[in-house]
Design a binder for this molecule. Structure first.
Ligand code: GLC
Length: 536
């Protein structure tokens, strides 16, 4: 079989998101750190991932746990220092693992020196680095724009008689990307980290960088909360963004094999696809899987929309079941502690055409933690309790072993460990051939071995949209059939004459017990079984 060389590591590879606070604590302060990650690189090699994306590691007062940056060019002491970072990069690279940093360039922390200067007076040279509007005589906010975290997006500063704009917490003022000095400073941040050897960036909420220059009110929409009761016409997705992305891409392209993936805020597949091209971002997240109910037709619909949307620019899909902002898939799709549904999902994630992202702990089926109101740290959770309990629930310490703090730390961790860590942990799952961990590992290994899994065309076989999802991955000389049973009952997938001309060989099943799988013209699946078959 002929393999082309034009495909990049980020297209073929599996990317693993690390939330550094929660991955591994090396210095016993209850917070994960870079040296902790370093000690777990061999674990990541064993799992088989090709890259790690680190949620922000820059100095931050942690109102939004790292997504409020107070210095873009260094490392928060709780995570280590630049030498630790250099060591992590070089050790990761020596193991063939790429490193992607999270860049939060839409806003800074309100403690960033730029904002402190900006606050000091209207005449300060940094004042225009942020977005300000004079207060009207009746002291109403300048327009109806809302913060996604609740309330008006405008914060009044009495000393200046002005409001500043913040899409997120008021401690995260949005920078003014229309100011050429801001633009230059931010592009220098990108260069700084490229020079230090990072392999790419995840651009936090990149499509919020520009707001409409005239700040018109957003039109109304149907929704529950203030933010959702508006169509976000003027506060996101402005046309000025495209030339900026092109400029960022040009910078990144000066370094070989680097990667830019954008977090498309309020994304749909179509939105995200607009930003992917050889001149813009390599990829943008489509988060539809995070909201799919347990229904194969809905998953298929989402895959097809994404494939179609990306076709125009020949873009490359990516798939995400989890991240640091969303309840964990293991809790979304499973009541209790069984992992059979999670194996179905893992098979889906790792056999689609596109880059799979795994969120730390997903590979061992970590569940959300439950927190009392007094334990909530995420401000958005405090504000909207009990309707929305915030995002701490999916950020609990990685469960390495069954010891008191799950092998994550020797001291009380910053968030509680899940009580199920006593038996749901890496150590136990590594030892169990039927564990979810070993299933993820086997799937990732298969992706490496079978080019059709990485590069093959995606061809759906829509036989039973309620309980079955089946598709082919096709390369000349190698065809794979992936069949996923979303039902707890056994199911048959009729194959038809075309598909049974050549024999199928089973390469992976999520079920321990082998059974007569392929009949004359059908495939039989046990409840919640996921299989991969090969024809060559
Ligand atoms: C992104 C991050 C989220 C953060 C927000 C503001 O959505 O994923 O964690 O709160 O941006 O930076």
């Amino acid at each position: 079989m002929k393999e082309t060389d034009t495909i990049s590591w980020w297209q073929e590879g599996v990317i693993y998101q690390i939330y550094p606070r929660s991955f591994m604590d090396s210095n016993g302060d209850g917070i994960g750190d870079l040296n902790g990650i370093l000690t777990k690189l061999d674990y990541l090699v064993d799992l088989g991932v090709d890259a790690i994306w680190l949620s922000p590691i820059y100095p931050s007062p942690d109102v939004d746990f790292g997504y409020d940056v107070s210095d873009y060019l260094s490392i928060d002491p709780k995570f280590g220092n630049l030498q630790d970072f250099d060591q992590l990069i070089s050790e990761a690279h020596s193991r063939g693992i790429h490193v992607i940093l999270d860049l939060v360039l839409n806003h800074t922390s309100d403690r960033h020196p730029w904002f402190k200067e900006a606050l000091s007076s209207r005449d300060n040279p940094y004042h225009d680095w942020y977005i300000w509007k004079d207060a009207s005589p009746d002291h109403r906010p300048p327009n109806n724009w809302q913060s996604i975290f609740g309330g008006s997006a405008w914060e009044y500063v009495p000393k200046l008689g002005q409001y500043y704009y913040h899409m997120f917490y008021k401690e995260q003022p949005d920078v003014n990307w229309r100011n050429p000095q801001v633009r230059r400073a931010m592009l220098d941040v990108i260069r700084f980290w490229l020079e230090r050897g990072v392999d790419g960036f995840r651009l936090d909420v990149f499509n919020v960088y520009f707001k409409h220059a005239d700040f018109p009110d957003n039109p109304p929409a149907l929704g529950l909360r203030g933010f959702d009761r508006q169509k976000h016409m003027y506060d996101i997705n402005q046309p000025e963004l495209l030339p900026l992305l092109a400029e960022i891409r040009q910078i990144v392209d000066q370094y070989p094999q680097r990667y830019l993936v954008g977090e498309t805020f309020l994304s749909t597949a179509e939105h995200a696809a607009k930003y992917c091209s050889t001149k813009l971002l390599h990829a943008a997240f489509n988060f539809e899987f995070l909201h799919c109910p347990w229904n194969p037709a809905r998953f298929l619909n989402s895959i097809q929309r994404w494939e179609t949307a990306l076709q125009r620019e020949n873009g490359w899909p990516n798939y995400v079941l989890n991240n640091h902002d969303t309840p964990r898939s293991a809790t979304r799709y499973v009541k209790g502690e069984k992992d059979e549904r999670l194996k179905v999902l893992a098979t889906l994630l790792l056999t689609l055409r596109g880059t799979p992202f795994i969120y730390y702990g997903e590979e061992i089926g970590m569940r959300n933690i439950s927190l009392k109101r007094s334990e909530i740290l995420d401000p958005v959770g405090k504000r909207f309790w009990p309707f929305f309990k915030g995002r701490d629930i999916c950020r609990s310490p990685m469960q390495w072993d069954g010891s008191l703090y799950a092998g994550f730390s020797e001291k009380t961790p910053w968030l509680p460990v899940h009580p199920n860590h006593v038996w749901r942990n890496v150590e136990a799952q590594r030892a169990d051939p039927d564990s979810l961990f070993n299933f993820y590992r086997a799937l990732i290994r298969l992706r490496r071995e079978l080019p059709a899994l990485r590069r093959g065309l995606f061809q759906p076989l829509t036989f039973d949209p309620v309980s079955l999802l089946a598709y082919l991955r096709v390369l000349p000389g190698q065809t794979l059939l992936i069949a996923l049973n979303f039902s707890r009952k056994p199911r048959r997938l009729m194959l038809g004459r075309e598909l049974t001309k050549k024999p199928w060989k089973l390469v992976l099943t999520s079920h321990k017990q082998q059974h007569p799988l392929v009949g004359k013209d059908y495939l039989s699946l046990q409840g919640y079984e996921a299989v991969i078959l090969l024809q060559d």
